[in-house]
Design a protein around this ligand. Sequence first.
Ligand SMILES: [Zn+2]
Length: 93
Amino acid sequence: MKLEGSCHCRAVTFSVVSTTCRPFMHCHCSICRKTAGSGGYGINLGGDARTLKVRGGKHLGLYHAVMREPGRRATRSPAERRFCVKCGSALWL
Ligand SMILES: [Zn+2]
């Protein structure tokens, strides 16, 4: 199914094809809670990245989380967390 979404200010809109019947799931990991608020944010775990279409891409920000574990050196995650630089909405990972 084709899913469509946007940030709060609608500067960024997107669509993606997903194989899941439940289009949006919520992530409550510590990184999502810190970057997007106490409840985390809506993500789609079955979206096919090859079908992602974005309008307003110039308003996209990129964040790579720094992973810190006791006793280990901090590392930068290769995962791309995208957000709207105008309104701050977390969009996808
Ligand atoms: Zn926005």
